[in-house]
Structures are given as C-alpha cells and as structure tokens.
Design a protein around this ligand. Structure first.
Ligand code: ZN
Ligand code: ZN
Length: 215
C-alpha cells in the first residue's frame, strides 16, 4: 500500500500466482484506474469502497489468466470498460487452455471494450498514465508510465532482477529485450517499477544489474 498526498496507489497480490493488482486513485475526484484484476475481486472492491473510488477504466497489461481472470466480474460490478491491446486477443480466447494448465476454473473472457494503443494517455482525475506497448512476454503486453508520480506498472515485462518469460505462445526474448531497452530503460532512473509479480524496483537498478537485459 502506497498512498501519498493527492494520490492513492494500492497494490495487492491476487490469485494463486500472486499477480500484483494496482488501484490508482485521485482522492479529490474519487476516480480510479484498476490494473490487472486477475482474481479476488471482492478484495479489490473492498479497497475501492474504503476510498470511495469509482472505476473509470480496467487496464489489462496482457491476457494471461492471472492478470485478466477477474476483469469480467469487475466490469459487471463497476460498469468500467476493459482496456487491452488487440495483439493479445488470441491469448484471451484461449483462457480455457490457460486454466487447464493451472488446474483452475475458466474465467469469462471480457473481450476488449477499448483497444490499447502506444501513446494513449489514460486519465482518472489528476492521474495520467501513458501507455507503452512493450511486447515480448506476449505480443500485446503494455506498461503504464505515470510521469507525475515517477512510477511504472510493468506487467510481466520487467521484474526486480529478471524479465518476463518468453517461452509461452507469443513470447520472444529478442522482442522483450528491445521493449525494455527502447521503452523502459529510457525512463528516468528514479522511476519506481511495480512488476506484475514480486517486489518493486527502480529503472536505475535494473539498468545496472538486471542479469537478463542490461542498458
Ligand atoms: Zn504473464
Ligand atoms: Zn503474470
């Protein structure tokens, strides 16, 4: 949980794979963006209620089940549109296969209400999230950069000391390397990175010491 003056940022690991869901809110306008509501929608809704937030948009960084699994439920409860890159549509249509790999029930594919595009700026009150298309872990993977708050929500593209796996359908190490070098390592070193799993890091540390992709 990280909340500051004029900004709410709550993170919680959801589901059996511990996908980090982010809730970004403006405490003045009470508008919010929810990123990767993979599961545990009741927990997410409880946090939204605690801050009196209204969800403007549901962002899916990529269509792996641990990130997209609860999106349909959250949309039904909030009426907010689902925002995702179209290059992950095929993955989203294969949720039954992803569920069978994990031995879990198949969640509903929410589809895409608003297609994500490089350069889009998502707004919730004073919060501005710049959309970066960062393929490699999946073809439609996106990251969100919040320049005002110096934060990056990286999905499964960049982790503390690691990068997203590229051995699943649609993955490419060459592509993820160029996404990270070209679009993430060009952000300010002080940018705090919130990965899709595990603990936060910062761009400067990963540029210096990430064993998979160096600056
Ligand atoms: Zn993933
Ligand atoms: Zn994941």
């Amino acid at each position: 949980m990280q909340s500051g003056v004029g900004f709410i940022h709550e993170t919680l690991p959801v589901g059996m794979l511990g996908c980090n869901c982010s809730i970004l809110g403006d405490p003045a306008t009470l508008e919010a963006i929810v990123v990767d509501p993979g599961d545990e929608i009741q927990e997410i809704v409880a946090i939204l209620k605690r801050h009196n937030l209204t969800v403007k948009i549901i962002v899916i960084t990529h269509a792996h089940i641990d990130h997209i699994g609860g999106a349909s439920k959250l949309r039904a409860l909030t009426g907010a549109p689902v925002y995702m890159h179209e290059d992950d549509s095929v993955l989203a249509e294969n949720l039954a296969m992803q569920a069978s790999w994990l031995g879990m029930a198949t969640p509903e594919n929410p589809g895409i209400d608003t297609p994500a595009k490089e350069g889009d700026i998502l707004r919730a009150g004073s919060i501005e999230a710049h959309v970066l298309h960062t393929p490699g872990h999946t073809q439609g993977s996106i990251s969100l950069y919040l320049p005002t708050h110096g934060r990056l929500i990286a999905g499964d593209t960049l982790f503390k000391g690691s990068v997203g796996r590229t051995d699943l359908p649609g993955g490419s190490f060459e592509t993820i390397s160029s996404s990270i070098r070209g679009k993430l390592y060009t952000l300010p070193d002080s940018t705090i990175v919130y990965p899709g799993h595990g603990t936060p890091t910062d761009i400067g540390s990963e540029k210096r010491s990430n064993p998979f992709v160096r600056a």
